[in-house]
Write a protein that binds this ligand. Sequence first.
Ligand SMILES: Nc1ncnc2c1ncn2[C@@H]1O[C@H](COP(=O)(O)OP(=O)(O)OP(=O)(O)O)[C@@H](O)[C@H]1O
Ligand SMILES: [Mg+2]
Length: 361
Amino acid sequence: MAKIDIEKLHKSYGAHVAVSGLDLELPDQELVVLLGPSGCGKTTTLNCIAGLETPTSGRILFDGDNVTSLPPHKRNVAMVFQSSMLYPHLTARQNISVSLRHSGLSKDDLAKRVAWASQIVNADKLLDKLPGHLSGGERQRVAMAKAIVRQPAVFLLDEPFAALDAALRSVLRAELVSLQRRLTTTMVMVTHDQIEAMTIGDKVAVMRDGKVEQLGAPSEVYKNPRTLFVAGFVGSPPMNLLPGRLSTEADALYFEAEGFRVPVPKRFASVAGTNGVTYGIRPEHLEVSYEEVPAACPAKVFALEQLGRESILIAVDGRGTKLTTIVAAERTTQIGERIWLRPKAAECALFDTGSERALAP
Ligand SMILES: Nc1ncnc2c1ncn2[C@@H]1O[C@H](COP(=O)(O)OP(=O)(O)OP(=O)(O)O)[C@@H](O)[C@H]1O
Ligand SMILES: [Mg+2]
């Protein structure tokens, strides 16, 4: 159990800046996910928390104590990597026990601890197997047990499920959440899979270019992205983003781009004078109609991606702008079919195109 504070963390490799003045507060006993595109500095940040990398500058505090220059074994952290590092010639049981070799526990207590840790991740039936005889998912369970057995204050996970298939990932995700609740440790997990981030984290820190762009509860980050980058990165399929301008007519506010004009909620009246506005609307808030309706944008079906229960429909409007929406799978839609798209006006987000920041709601 530990509260982690990261203050102005900076890490360069020669001229290359991997982490650039990152500030982050990780509350005690919460599961925080670091989410961001490849190369944005997620692993470097995690390695600095673990003590595997020395920051170029900045501080890392555990419960207020400065641990920035402490070696990993003095930090009470455990780390699980994308592909777990298990000794191939040792059984799962021996691999898990290795973590406790300097603990001074009696043989009996050690066996109890190993049994306890492996039960938590359903690895208790695997204990006599060698890593080579385990599936990928089973190996990750053993790696988790190996980390848990030390009862660390901080649990760091770097894309622990990335190499696994979707079904197993979803099972292990659920197990991780339940594990975190039971162990009441602070966990930081890295992923570039935004579905993973949205489903497991108490909080999500969206990273870009070595900085945290937004920190918040997953639903908050999804509903109120503070920048264009977060709006485009969080959500699958991503939010539709259309550059254009605001206009006022008879006291009502509109967003306009070529051939596209939609009403904007009154709450945006105070930003009506902004030059260059990007309109954001999530695919699920863009209604598709197969007949002409008022206040809708005419378009044609460009592509259809069937997901089972629903389909992702990519439409193209008169000027070639692509807009993504979601339709029920029952509706048979033809490529090239004429459709009308109408945003649920209240659900839109607006961004200042120049600064890329959200305009106050
Ligand atoms: N040891 C190193 N030497 C030089 N550059 C490095 C080193 N480690 C990381 N980098 C660079 O720092 C940047 C951040 O790397 P990092 O591994 O933290 O990214 P990441 O967000 O974890 O990416 P991914 O999602 O691909 O794992 C990258 O541009 C990477 O090339
Ligand atoms: Mg990484």
